[in-house]
Design a protein around this ligand. Structure first.
Ligand code: 2AM
Length: 220
């Protein structure tokens, strides 16, 4: 009935616990500050700035609103395909309101988005929807395993919607799958930094971060 439809959220996902949210934001800001000072980055500043601009303040370049989270299923209040089926899944009902630890493997930026890659465990994959875009986005040659798209959006460039972070991550994973490791730039505090071209920078964490998070949903 219509009551059930309006009660579906904008999206389901894992929401970072507050103290970790602050920690991740500080880390991301520090990363951007450091990146902005590197000669290797300055060499490719064109990816992030317009004609004639010699500098870009990366901390202002990426903007973010709302709680930091890893979207599992975008429902658009019931208008998205498979929303109702997802909300009714046994695993979703059972795990709703429970805490988990997300494993964060890398931080990436592109001229469009900044995010971190989340490596889902088998348990967490039970909350991943079956009808994701991974296959369509990856194309037939580069099929990626379910959950590859899992990420937390940390910021978007002006005029870019957060939904872009998923495709940006998939692009990086496809490059890696094709054997590209990027051009190693240098070791930063948390691990090696690599440049993949087209404004794609990836910091792979030597020690993955463990992020406490709550499985819940969001209504605007
Ligand atoms: P994100 O998961 O990449 O950050 C509200 O817009 C949230 O739902 C954002 O977190 C956003 O992207 C996610 N979202 C929006 N549209 C989406 C879609 N079509 N598929 C998957 N996630 C989407």
């Amino acid at each position: 009935g219509s009551m059930e439809e309006v009660s579906l959220p904008l999206y389901f996902g894992w929401f970072l616990e507050y103290t970790f949210q602050d920690k991740l934001e500080v880390m991301a800001k520090d990363f951007l500050k450091t990146l902005g000072t590197l000669e290797a980055f300055k060499k490719h500043i064109r990816d992030f700035s317009g004609e004639g601009e010699e500098e870009t303040n990366l901390e202002q370049y990426f903007q973010h609103k709302g709680p930091l989270h890893c979207t599992t299923k975008y429902c658009n209040y019931g208008k998205a395909k498979g929303a109702k089926e997802y909300a009714e899944k046994e695993s979703v009902r059972q795990q709703y309101g429970s805490m988990t630890k997300l494993v964060i493997g890398a931080l990436f930026i592109t001229p469009r988005t900044m995010g971190v890659r989340v490596l889902l465990t088998q348990d967490q994959l039970q909350l991943w929807p079956d009808d994701t875009e991974e296959k369509a986005d990856a194309g037939p040659e580069a099929e990626l395993p379910p959950g590859s798209r899992a990420h937390i959006t940390l910021g978007c460039a002006e005029g870019i919607k957060p939904v872009q972070t998923g495709p940006d991550l998939l692009e990086i994973l496809q490059l890696q799958k094709q054997g590209q490791e990027g051009e190693k730039v240098q070791d930063l505090e948390n691990g090696p930094l690599a440049y993949y071209g087209n404004g794609i920078w990836v910091l792979s964490f030597t020690e993955p971060l463990l992020a406490p998070a709550l499985f819940s949903s969001y209504y605007k």
